[in-house]
Design a binder for this molecule. Structure first.
Ligand code: B16
Ligand code: MG
Length: 222
């Protein structure tokens, strides 16, 4: 299997913005007289802003008009933007910049495949925007994860066939999307949660790209 491109999810893979999404959604839920914990929050990972709001309203048993939903989504996003306001390059997750260097040195193409409409802003804040040849975010797709559109568009933009792409993802919906796109999947995080991924690593600390390729080769032989 020859790998020609790597497609990265953003939140939970490049940067730990998941905690800010969680905090801002929880603040919104609390205002509605409802609360949810990290177990439920897991189901919001990789889900679009409106998709997340709909799920939270469903859990809360609260009905809102489309206009009210739009206003709630704007409010949540404003809180989220306040929280990420001061992010800088220190907040790129450990090992990410080094991995991008390695990929560049091996002429492996790099793309982003994120559900976030704030993806470009965040990449600029952490100083990694220029490292991505193609950026597919929530503004550029009509069907979010687990639909494969995000990753298919990223691969098309790079001009690389799906079978030559690795996707790095922290969300089950993202792993499903990458599998549906016919790509090799590396889960970042908890192996129990990401059991559908070809391989799961806790993070990019202490693992090189060659080691990831070795694990892939070993797991795809069997
Ligand atoms: P925004 P990813 C996703 O980013 C997050 O995991 C998810 O929690 C969030 O709701 C979604 O982006 C939309 O984010 O409100 O910024 O448009 O993991 O796909 O990079
Ligand atoms: Mg994610």
């Amino acid at each position: 299997m020859e790998i020609k491109a790597c497609i990265f999810d953003l939140d939970g893979v490049i940067v730990d913005t998941a905690k800010y999404h969680f905090a801002s959604w929880r603040r919104m839920a609390n205002e509605l007289g409802f609360d949810f914990k990290s177990k439920e929050n897991e189901r919001l990972k990789g889900v679009s802003r409106m998709g997340s709001l709909n799920l939270i309203l469903e859990w809360a048993g609260v009905e809102k008009t489309e206009e009210e939903k739009k206003a709630l989504a704007v409010k949540k996003n404003d809180w989220y933007l306040e929280m990420v306001e001061n992010m800088n390059s220190d907040e790129a997750l450990d090992g990410v910049a080094k991995l991008l260097d390695t990929l560049e040195s091996k002429n492996i193409k790099i793309a982003l495949g994120s559900a976030s409409r704030n993806a470009e802003l965040l990449l600029k804040k952490i100083g990694l925007h220029s490292r991505f040849e193609v950026i597919i975010d929530g503004n550029k797709v009509t069907k979010g994860k687990p639909d494969p559109e995000t990753f298919q568009k990223a691969a098309d933009g790079l001009g690389v066939e799906a079978k030559h792409c690795i996707v790095f993802e922290d969300a089950t919906k993202g792993i499903q999307a990458a599998i549906a796109a016919g790509m090799y999947t590396v889960g970042i995080g908890n192996a129990d949660v990401l059991s559908k991924a070809n391989v799961v690593i806790p993070n990019f600390n202490n693992i090189s790209f060659d080691e990831i390729l070795e694990i892939m080769a070993a797991t795809t032989k069997s």
